[in-house]
Design a protein around this ligand. Structure first.
Ligand SMILES: Nc1ncnc2c1ncn2[C@@H]1O[C@H](COP(=O)(O)OP(=O)(O)OP(=O)(O)O)[C@@H](O)[C@H]1O
Length: 381
């Protein structure tokens, strides 16, 4: 069984020079596995071969930064025995290697030069190791190659996406915890990341947002150095709460609108609104998730607020106060205001004698239970 691994290489790595025979199949531009001092094995690209000194220079990108290292030939052959020629016998403790050769897909020097890697066939077991260990290593290499293939094939954003993933792997997540309840702020600003949708995933759009903690949003920006080496610039922004793309509407509600509901039962005034560019998830959050054209209104913040309002009304403290719930519903669209409970009647917004903004003539409806309040919105959808 043979697998193909495609890796993009940097601009300076594209020329392929044939080497003297005792260097085996090592040549500039190929990918080889190396072992770092910490024991981690990863793929790098050969950028220079020093025939006199028997070492090669390799490069790779880590945390968005290009790194390089000189490596002894012996160490390369140890991890990549298939690259060793007959004049350079494979060391006894050789690992199964990726047998690498430039693929035919060589195009634009800077971005499209690719290298293919072949996982050794089952009967190509290098000598010295037990069959079990050998099998395990081959499996690991195969998994790694397949993962790289899955991410890399045909993805023009592969290099920058890898940098973002590398950055995420190295983020200090030690302070990560679930969101904590709101402190007593008069204004609370929260941000929610929505997942990439089907179209964005198909187009292999970049996921440039990371939520490293419950209050921080990180935006990854792809930049280029003067020598055209790509690198990441990460901007961080702090908010009262930051929700990642796995957060549910319930969680968002719990840490945003729910404390406001409680405050209105203590003579407070509260406003909650969603703000964001089109398609960012305001309707999903406030109104509920869509399944095709149907919206599950019970999973939206509107419904959760209504539910809690009527629950709190039933508590003995509120019953004594004989409180009533009224709803109004209007839309601001194209600079005009429409009353959604009164056949979209156009309304005027004016300031009253005490400098309060009023939507003049807005219809108020009394609601006595949750289903009425919730049904009201569904009818209008
Ligand atoms: N957190 C999320 N999880 C899953 N899907 C989401 C999420 N947020 C948004 N979506 C999906 O993204 C799409 C756009 O979301 P939505 O319609 O809520 O955006 P919007 O901000 O209301 O856009 P507009 O301003 O154009 O009305 C919808 O298909 C929605 O189901």
């Amino acid at each position: 069984m043979a697998s193909q691994l495609c890796l993009p290489v940097s601009p300076r790595l594209s020329s392929v020079k044939p080497l003297k025979p005792h260097f085996g199949n090592i040549q500039v531009g190929i990918c080889v596995a190396i072992q770092r001092s910490g024991g981690r094995i990863h793929l790098v690209v050969v950028t220079e071969v020093k025939t006199q000194n028997a070492w090669v220079t390799v490069e790779w990108v880590e945390k968005g930064v290009k790194k390089g290292k000189k490596i002894d030939l012996e160490a390369i052959f140890l991890l990549n025995p298939a690259l060793a020629s007959a004049e350079h016998p494979t060391p006894a403790r050789a690992l199964p290697s990726l047998s690498l050769a430039p693929s035919s897909a060589i195009g634009n020097q800077r971005t499209a030069t690719r290298w293919s890697a072949r996982i050794p066939q089952k009967n190509e077991t290098p000598s010295g190791d037990s069959p079990d260990r050998e099998k395990h290593r081959r499996l690991q290499l195969e998994i790694r190659a397949q993962r790289a293939l899955a991410v890399n094939t045909g993805n023009p954003n592969y290099e920058i996406q890898s940098m973002i993933e590398e950055c995420r792997r190295h983020l200090d997540c030690s302070q990560l915890s679930g969101p904590k309840p709101l402190e007593d702020h008069r204004i609370c600003v929260c941000v929610r990341k929505r997942p990439l949708n089907q179209r964005e995933t198909t187009m292999k759009d970049l996921d440039v947002i990371t939520i490293p903690s419950d209050k921080v949003v990180m935006v990854h920006e792809s930049k280029q150095k003067v020598d055209l080496t790509p690198y990441l610039e990460n901007q961080t922004f702090c908010f009262d709460h930051a929700f990642d793309d796995t957060a549910s509407n319930e969680l968002v509600y719990q840490f945003t609108a729910q404390p406001l509901v409680e405050s209105i039962f203590h003579k407070g005034m509260a406003t909650c609104f969603a703000y964001g560019q089109t398609g960012s998830g305001k309707t999903h959050t406030i109104g509920g998730a869509f399944s095709g054209r149907d919206q599950d209104c019970s999973k939206g913040i509107y419904a959760m607020v209504a539910q809690d309002v009527f629950l709190l009304l039933k508590t003995s403290a509120c019953k004594k106060l004989d409180l009533k719930v009224y709803g109004t519903f209007f839309e601001i669209y194209g600079g005009k205001v429409y009353d959604l409970l009164n056949w979209k009647k156009t309304l005027q917004v004016l300031e009253d004698g005490s400098q309060q903004i009023q939507v003049v003539g807005l219809q108020e409806q009394e609601k006595s239970k949750y289903s009425e309040a919730n049904g009201e919105r569904s009818d209008l959808k």
